[in-house]
Design a protein around this ligand. Structure first.
Ligand code: PBG
Ligand code: ZN
Length: 326
């Protein structure tokens, strides 16, 4: 077996041009999806304390942000809505006049070259903050399905390009697919949050989306962090029900899950670099403890190298700009 001095891996690292040429992973803005929080009203901009640079925005305020993302090549935006009022059922989720359908219509009308993803869940819309309707203190899985399907059809009617259910109810992809088809949206893609873990990394999002559960937690529907084979069960189930893409969430702490899912399916694998991942990088960078831009690109490279072909990230526009400058 020949090794050193015949083999010297350093030879291929001698210049930036050579390093770029032999790079095994490439980031491209078209693979990034920017999450946005939309609220009713006009000229509303409520900064999210734990997520520097991000805010709850009304439709007029969100449009320039979407145009900017599109102008630097970002592939998509995903919308989360905060309704004017919440109730037990989460009926704001399927209000055609709610901030999400309104924003979808406005983007489709005014912005070219960007896909619009609609997150489907009830937790931003229910008074108790749970992802489904309650029976006592537990979520009634099957009673929740038609409500999710109803919301999905409303977003589809508004013009969404991708429907992304994040609720983790069993059977929701089939319920949504059936409802979309019945409403004439046979060609509309579903990206299921298939392997979504009950994660502490969602903390800043719950401030942003005002969706923290009033009691209890999400551990009976979201996945348990120790499990990876179970993610493959979830993924297979969602594909059998008609999902076109599957998601792993969070991303950075679950790279092995991304890799295992990538090896087991031939559809696009999507990863969500969640709020806590973003906020930790931002906090450390603000303290001068890390180089924020470099860690941003390195974290996205790691997620992509693990096997994600699309990344939902709060860095989407900034990363697209940084890539353009390289
Ligand atoms: C709601 C939802 C959550 C996120 C996306 N959709 C939070 C939760 O499950 O409580 C988290 C995203 C993030 O942290 O950036 N179903
Ligand atoms: Zn939810």
């Amino acid at each position: 077996m020949s090794g050193f001095p015949t083999i010297r891996p350093r030879r291929l690292r001698q210049s930036p041009t050579l390093r770029r040429m032999v790079a095994e992973t490439h980031l491209h803005p078209s693979s990034f999806v920017l999450p946005l929080f939309v609220v009713p009203g006009r000229e509303v901009r409520n900064p999210i304390g734990s997520m520097p640079g991000h805010a709850q925005l009304s439709v007029d305020e969100v449009l320039p942000v979407v145009k900017e993302a599109s102008s630097v090549g970002v592939g998509g935006v995903i919308l989360f809505g905060i309704p004017a009022s919440k109730d037990e059922q989460g009926s704001g989720a399927w209000d055609p006049a709610g901030p999400v359908p309104e924003t979808i219509r406005a983007i489709k009308d005014q912005v070219d070259d960007i896909t619009v993803w609609a997150d489907v869940c009830l937790c931003e819309y229910t008074s108790h903050g749970h992802c489904g309707v309650l029976s006592g203190e537990t979520i009634d899985n099957d009673a929740t399905l038609p409500l999710l399907a109803h919301a999905a059809v409303v977003y589809a009617d508004a013009g969404a390009d991708v429907i992304a259910p994040s609720d983790m109810m069993d059977g929701r992809v089939a319920a949504i697919r059936t409802a979309l088809d019945a409403a004439g949206h046979r060609e509309l893609a579903v990206c299921s949050y298939s392997a979504k873990y009950a994660s502490a990394y969602y903390g800043p999002f719950r401030e942003a989306a005002e969706s923290a559960p009033a009691f209890g937690d999400r551990r009976t529907h979201q996945m348990d962090p120790p499990n990876v084979r179970e993610a493959l069960v979830e993924v297979a189930q969602d594909l059998a029900e008609g999902a076109d893409m599957v998601m792993v969430k969070p991303a950075g702490p679950y790279l092995d899950v991304i890799s295992a899912v990538r090896d087991s399916v031939d559809v696009p694998v999507v990863a969500y670099q969640v709020s806590g991942e973003f906020s930790m990088i931002e906090a450390a960078a603000a303290n001068g403890w890390i180089d924020g831009d470099r860690v941003m690109l390195e974290s996205l490279t790691g997620i992509t190298r693990a096997g994600a072909s699309i990344v939902l990230t709060y860095f989407a526009t900034r990363a697209a700009r940084a890539l353009g400058a390289l």
